[in-house]
Structures are given as structure tokens and as C-alpha cells.
Design a protein around this ligand. Structure first.
Ligand code: AMP
Ligand code: ZN
Ligand code: FE
Ligand code: FE
Length: 288
């Protein structure tokens, strides 16, 4: 029954740094023949209600989600949360705190860019961001628009990536706090794109890290992801299975902010079966 039903559990909208509105994302998912998607915007759930409603009208399942950036050994790590309660007061309060960290960082990045001779204003960045969340992809888009760089990847390579001259570290939650937040909001915490952790960790230390995250309440690993190689997929699947963690998968669709990534199919390599979502749902049911 569930064969040949495809899903995408990692999708951004204009509520954070995607370029498709929540409604557009849902329509796009339906046009692509997907059965379900999860909206996982950075540090906000503002796009979820609209997506759920349009999904209801069109007959496409929309899972409420979020993607929280946390600090692991001074590197960024992302925790996805699925089936979160949108009206959770704890969630609202913490997301506001995360938003304030952006509001502290963003003007400092503008200052750094200006001192590098790139004339940008916070108003210009805000005009590119369509929602409340202003992120580095919006800075990248502005630098392209003003002709300072040829494309967005170059904006990150030259200025915005960690360690580059316009980078300003943003205050973040600890992994424990991020996982606790998702649990407190009734959600399932999942480690996003472990690939980026492998860049600074051996497979062995990744395994140790995952064990410690599990002790903190982690319940799944994003095994299927646009830029994971087949070999990496195997590794993450093995780690998930050995720790009895759920497997999830998603493209990390951002629309024109990551034009090489397609909804559902990633770089053309992804087909994520509905069964993974069934497993998540079963966990939600059995836990309550
Ligand atoms: P922020 O949360 O505002 O710091 O921005 C994070 C966003 O920037 C995420 O969507 C990342 O995908 C994107 N990002 C971070 N580093 C890079 C990079 N080196 N190249 C392209 N996008 C990046
Ligand atoms: Zn993003
Ligand atoms: Fe991420
Ligand atoms: Fe993401």
C-alpha cells in the first residue's frame, strides 16, 4: 500500500530562508507527485499553519516541523523537530530568544561587510527576507543582487561562511537545549544532515557523538539527504540502526536560495519512501 509514495521531510519556506511561500511549497510538492512534506524552517514555525491548511485543501499531508541550530564544539549542528505542537508556550518563548540572537548578529554582519567595502544596509537584507527570519542566504542574495559576487556560493566562500571575513558567530542553544526544546514541544528530535559533522569528525567520533545525543533524547537521524553519498547513507543507516534511532530523509529544499536542490528529489538522487514517516508516526502514537 505504502509503496511508491514519496515524501520530503526537510523543506524551507519564505518564513525562513526558502524562496517559496508555504502555499507555493505545498503546490509544488503536489505537482511533483509527493504524498507528504514536513516544513522545517530555521528557528520558526510561522510557515507551518498556512502549509497545513493548503495541504488539507489539496490533499497533501503536511507535517509541522522546525530546524534548530545548535552549537557543537564551536561548529554548527542542526536538529530537526517533527510533529511539534505549534501552540507550545515553551517553543514560542525559545524561538523568540533565537530570533533575538539573529537580531544581535545581523547588524554586526552588515558592519563587517561595509568595512570590507561592500555597501549594504540591514534594510536591504530585510527587504530580501520575506519573513521575520533574516539568515545568511539573504545576505548572499543581496551581495549577488548588488553585483559584489557572481553567485551565492561565492558569497559564502568569500564572506559569509564560518571563518570568512564577514562571518559573525550567532549565539545558539546547546545540543541538550535544542533536543529538550523539541521534546518539550511534543516533537521528535532528529539529527539533520550528519554529513556536515563528518567534515570535522571521524566516523568513530560521529558514532560517539550520536550516542551522547541519544542520551539527551535524540530519536532519529536524517540518513537520506541531497548531498549524502551512497557510502555515507550506508554509514548513517548503520549508526541509526545500531542505536535504535529512526531513519528520516529530506532534500533541504530552499527554492532559488539553493537552486541545485529540487523538492523531493534533491540533486536527482533522492526518493524517500512514506514508510519513514509511518515509523515517525508510530513513535508519536506509542509514546503518548
Ligand atoms: P544562518 O542561520 O543565518 O547562520 O544561515 C544558515 C543558512 O546558511 C543555512 O540554510 C545554510 O544552508 C546556509 N549556509 C551555511 N553555510 C553555507 C555555505 N558555506 N554555503 C552555502 N550555504 C550555507
Ligand atoms: Zn536554510
Ligand atoms: Fe540544516
Ligand atoms: Fe535545512
Amino acid at each position: 500500500m505504502l509503496n511508491n509514495l514519496w515524501i520530503d521531510l526537510h523543506v524551507h519556506t519564505t518564513a525562513s530562508d526558502g524562496t517559496f511561500s508555504p502555499s507555493e511549497v505545498v503546490k509544488h510538492a503536489q505537482a511533483k507527485g509527493l504524498t507528504a512534506i514536513a516544513i522545517t524552517d530555521h528557528d520558526t514555525v510561522q510557515g507551518v499553519a498556512e502549509a497545513v491548511e493548503v495541504g488539507r485543501l489539496l490533499g497533501l499531508e503536511v507535517i509541522p516541523g522546525v530546524e534548530i541550530s545548535v552549537d557543537h564544539a564551536n561548529k554548527e549542528m542542526h536538529i530537526l523537530g517533527y510533529f511539534i505542537e505549534l501552540d507550545s508556550p515553551v517553543l514560542a518563548e525559545k524561538l523568540k530568544e533565537l530570533q533575538s540572537y539573529r537580531e544581535l548578529r545581523n547588524p554586526l554582519m552588515v558592519e563587517k561587510l561595509c568595512s570590507l567595502g561592500l555597501a549594504v544596509t540591514l534594510e536591504e537584507v530585510a527587504a530580501i527576507a520575506q519573513g521575520d527570519i533574516i539568515g545568511r542566504p539573504h545576505f548572499a542574495a543581496l551581495l549577488v543582487k548588488k553585483g559584489y559576487v557572481v553567485d551565492k556560493p561565492t558569497a559564502f566562500e568569500r564572506y559569509l561562511a564560518q571563518g570568512k571575513p564577514a562571518y559573525v558567530k550567532k549565539e545558539k542553544l546547546t545540543p541538550a537545549e535544542g533536543i529538550q526544546l523539541i521534546l518539550a514541544a511534543g516533537g521528535i528530535p532528529v539529527l539533520a544532515h550528519p554529513k556536515y559533522l563528518l567534515e570535522s569528525n571521524s566516523p568513530e567520533s560521529l558514532s560517539t557523538l550520536i550516542k551522547s545525543l541519544k542520551k539527551l533524547g535524540l530519536q532519529g537521524i536524517e540518513v537520506y539527504y541531497s548531498t549524502h553519498t551512497t557510502q555515507e547513507e550506508k554509514l548513517y543507516k548503520k549508526l541509526a540502526n545500531s542505536e535504535n534511532l529512526l531513519l528520516t530523509g529530506g532534500s533541504d529544499f530552499h527554492g532559488d536560495n539553493k537552486p541545485e536542490i529540487f523538492l523531493g528529489s534533491g540533486k536527482g538522487n533522492l526518493s524517500i519512501p512514506y514508510q519513514l514517516l509511518s515509523n515517525l508516526k508510530e513513535l508519536v502514537l506509542t509514546r503518548n
